[in-house]
Design a protein around this ligand. Structure first.
Ligand SMILES: C[S@@+](CC[C@H](N)C(=O)[O-])C[C@H]1O[C@@H](n2cnc3c(N)ncnc32)[C@H](O)[C@@H]1O
Length: 395
């Protein structure tokens, strides 16, 4: 990730562009995207017109979830998400632009009145710094404007206090972080911090579902210096492979390219810019212990490697730690593996550490079943019939 040239003030370019785009639709920012038409019915026309998304991360949400939308803009994805998660769920939109926040905040009561419940809030913040509540900071600055070096020192202390005592989004508090066409807008020098913030706010077992614009080649410096192209979701785009890598680097697992636009949204100097949606999971950190679990990778590839470096050979009963077993029993792995639990679980306090870093280890069936396992069974009667198997057994 190279730093954006200092001649471009990314934040000002983005703020100016989206203040205008909040007041009147800006067609050049619109990327044709399909949403569930039924979920759009309760959303004010003004919000839908100021749709500057490039995908639909809300299609990957479930009832009851707490969702954080980064760069919520007019609020459209939040209002769709509100209906998917339902009254038991909660949606928080974060944006740094007052005009966008104004539009989203004044639309919220109208949507709540139509759905019959209110579960969406909009907060002011920078998505690369989700601990800092910028509304709170604005309030402080109105009361104590900065006009001396002492004021700057007091301001620094207040910022540190707000982050520690009243974080905008607390750590481990969100089930799903979504975002629609925003990560590319963040200054390159803050992009690494942006991914760590997404990771921080997710609870263990949570996931990020991010739609964004990516490029097929590196974006050259002269395009990165262009404020129109940056704020227009072009110049700040990740190269597509580096986008997925950024999730890996932040500690996510199971990083999946869920959607990839076949046709580019725009092509600039031969570089293609297209929409993708990536899903990534949090929860592989922590100790590995051996309770005699195993998995069998179904294929179709001869070999697969997960984000901890476990090599799974097709069809081979492979030893895994209890944590990996749990991870493999859920999305996105569940349909790719057979899960084999030990016949008698080794109690946690007796279980030794598992050498996850050692690569593929075969699990002898005797380890799973127990060395003394001597059971012999007969084929169950009455499962065979001339018309074929009706009893669920084998003949
Ligand atoms: C392309 S629009 C997308 C808006 C919305 N997600 C949608 O689907 O219509 C980008 C939005 O992200 C906001 N934004 C850009 N960079 C941001 C940052 N660093 N922190 C917070 N908001 C940001 C802008 O103010 C704008 O509302």
């Amino acid at each position: 990730m190279s730093a954006t040239p200092s001649t471009l003030d990314v934040e000002t370019a983005v703020k100016d562009r989206y203040s205008g785009a909040a007041k009147a639709q800006e067609e050049s920012l619109c990327c044709p995207t399909k949403y569930d038409a039924k979920l759009l019915e309760v959303i004010p026309k003004e919000v839908i017109e100021r749709d500057y998304g490039c995908g639909d991360p809300s299609a990957h949400l479930r009832p009851g979830e707490t969702v954080l939308d980064l760069g919520s803009g007019s609020g459209k994805i939040c209002f769709i998400a509100s209906q998917v998660v339902g009254p038991q769920g909660r949606v928080i939109g974060v944006d740094m632009n007052d005009d966008m926040l104004g539009l989203a905040r004044r639309s919220a009561p109208e949507v709540a009145q139509r759905t019959g419940y209110s579960n969406v809030t909009f907060q002011k913040g920078r998505i690369q710094d989700l601990a800092l509540d910028v509304d709170e900071l604005d309030r402080y600055l109105r009361q104590r404007p900065v006009s001396s070096a002492e004021d700057v020192a007091r301001l620094d202390a207040e910022v540190a206090r707000l982050r520690a005592e009243k974080p905008l989004i607390p750590s481990d508090s969100v089930d799903v972080v979504v975002s629609n066409c925003v990560l590319n807008l963040v200054d390159s020098k803050h992009k690494r911090q942006l991914f760590s913030e997404i990771f921080r706010v997710l609870r263990r077992g949570g996931r990020a579902v991010i739609s964004d614009i990516v490029s097929d080649e590196d974006v050259p410096q002269h395009l990165q210096r262009d404020p129109e192209l940056w704020s227009g979701c072009i110049s700040g785009a990740f190269r597509e492979d580096l986008f997925l890598e950024a999730f890996e680097e932040a500690g996510f697992y199971g990083v999946t390219l869920a959607e990839r636009g076949e046709d580019p949204w725009r092509t600039v100097e031969g570089i293609e810019f297209r929409s993708v949606t990536v899903i990534a999971y949090k929860g592989k950190e922590g100790p590995c212990i051996d309770q005699k679990h195993a998995v069998v990778y179904r294929g179709p590839f001869r070999e697969a490697v997960d984000d901890d470096g476990h090599v799974l050979r097709r069809g081979v009963r492979t030893a895994v730690c209890e944590k990996t077993f749990r991870i493999f029993s859920q999305e996105p792995y569940r349909s790719h593996v057979e899960l084999i639990s030990p016949r008698a679980l080794v109690p946690l306090e007796e279980a030794p550490p598992f050498p996850c870093s050692k690569g593929a280890l075969r699990r002898d069936p005797r380890e799973t079943k127990g060395a003394d396992y001597r059971l012999t069974t007969e084929a169950a009667p009455a499962t065979c019939s001339p018309e074929g198997d009706k009893g669920g057994g084998c003949c």
